[in-house]
Design a protein around this ligand. Structure first.
Ligand SMILES: [Zn+2]
Length: 427
């Protein structure tokens, strides 16, 4: 990982994350931030700047995954995570963090850690520059009610507002950025229906109040219609899944759309229906327990949410055997194919709105002067083929905070560098 004070991306198309049409231009990075963005010939060119010739590729903001689990181990079930040694588990999470960054994800929202402190430790190590990884909102073990856990061995159990208060305060004391509540079931458990709803309003309101008092946000696994409405009554900040949202919930979601985010994690359902057979969860079985029906209903719900201008963000539950780490950008294709997003809208959801869900809307998610230089140089045009973002080989450069995580592949002599330029690469 090099540190370069000044880097100029030239001969690129700038896809800036705002939703505006891309344009041919240049991007100048100074220190950790973007200093200037301009159409070719406009950007000033400091002497001694490192020039990256993008070869006509696309410079765009780094991607954000709104529902990430660094501690998931690509296993067929999460039960083994409870028994994994904390040392091995921490190393595994570090590898996941690097994989996200390798794939162009410069921000991730942690949606539960299989052990209490791993997310926090990994986040701090990333921020200290000790290990590579995206900017990360750290979570702890998810909180469920007795009898309401999806994976009991990796869960904090809470019953009643008083226990909720104590547990939320304890997790805040560990340094989390987010609290995760399990408000509904999940069909793959075999015992807890996705349309079941756990916890009471009093418990959820307590979690939100305690978290917000300390500047910590709350996210929730909420598949049932009632659980989505419970989130909206209590002020939960990030609603995961929302598969069975009903009309009343949708209306309320729309009223709160400037505050709340929805991340359906739709690839989990699709992959569970299509790709889990080798691990014993055949398409027939997945359909039988209800995932096909849930997918159909969830797709309609997310299409409607998108029509209403609700922020629906990609990302979700990668790290199972059939949703392995490194395949994160599958979500973007689903958004286009199933939810009615244009490729541009899918990219805005993963970039500009990613900055918003990270809580840094003025720092993250755009190629714009003053923003942190979390940038990708992509070979090709993601608007023409959104699936190309699934191919890490097509992501030629990954920069986070002005530093190369993935540096230009080769140093190429420009022949006649202007103003003492050092030309780093031609794609
Ligand atoms: Zn999850």
């Amino acid at each position: 990982m090099n540190s370069d004070d000044q880097v100029l991306f030239t001969n690129v198309t700038v896809l800036d994350g705002t939703g505006a049409d891309p344009y041919r231009g240049e991007v100048l990075v100074e220190g950790e931030r973007i200093a200037a963005v301009g159409r070719t010939g406009i950007t000033r060119r400091p002497s001694g700047v490192h020039v990256v010739d993008g070869g006509g590729g696309t410079v765009m903001p780094g991607l954000c995954d709104a529902h990430a689990h660094f501690t998931w181990n690509n296993g067929a079930s999460l039960d083994a995570l409870a028994d994994m040694g904390v040392e091995e588990h921490t190393l595994l999470a570090a590898r996941s963090a690097k994989t996200y960054l390798d794939c162009g994800y410069t921000s991730c929202v942690g949606a539960a850690s299989a052990k209490q402190r791993i997310d926090v430790v990994i986040r701090d190590a990333i921020n200290a520059g000790d290990i590579p990884g995206p900017r990360y909102l750290a979570n702890a073990k998810e909180i469920a009610s007795t009898g309401g856990a999806l994976v009991p061995g990796i869960t904090n159990f809470v019953d009643g507002p008083d226990e909720m208060r104590r547990t939320v305060r304890t997790l805040i004391g560990l340094g989390v950025d987010l609290i995760k509540l399990i408000l509904s079931g999940e069909e793959i458990t075999g015992s807890q229906r996705a349309e079941d709803t756990y916890f009471t309003d009093a418990e959820v309101e307590m979690a939100v109040r305690e978290a917000h008092n300390r500047g910590v946000r709350v996210c929730a696994h909420a598949r049932s219609a009632e659980s989505v409405k419970m989130c909206l009554r209590a002020g939960v900040d990030i609603i995961y899944h929302a598969s069975f949202i009903d009309e009343e919930g949708m209306d309320e979601l729309e009223r709160q759309k400037d505050r709340v985010f929805v991340a359906p994690g739709i690839n989990w359902i699709i992959a569970t229906l299509e790709d889990a057979g080798p691990w014993g969860f055949t398409p027939d079985l997945a359909e039988q327990v209800g995932y096909k029906r849930e997918l159909e209903i969830a797709v309609e719900g997310m299409r409607e949410a998108h029509r209403r201008g609700i922020r629906v963000l990609p990302g979700g539950d990668y790290g199972f055997a059939w949703t392995p780490h490194g395949t994160y950008a599958r979500d973007l294709v689903h958004f286009v194919k199933l939810f009615g997003f244009t490729p541009m809208e899918a990219i805005v959801a993963a970039t500009r709105q990613g900055g918003e869900i990270m809580g840094q809307p003025n720092d993250l998610g755009l190629v714009s002067p003053g923003y942190l230089a979390d940038l990708l140089l992509v070979e090709g045009d993601p608007l023409a083929d959104i699936a190309l973002l699934q191919d890490a080989d097509r992501i030629k450069v990954v920069m986070k905070g002005g530093r190369f995580h993935k540096a230009p592949a080769a140093t190429v002599s420009s022949g006649a560098p202007a103003f003492g330029d050092e030309v780093l690469v031609t794609l």
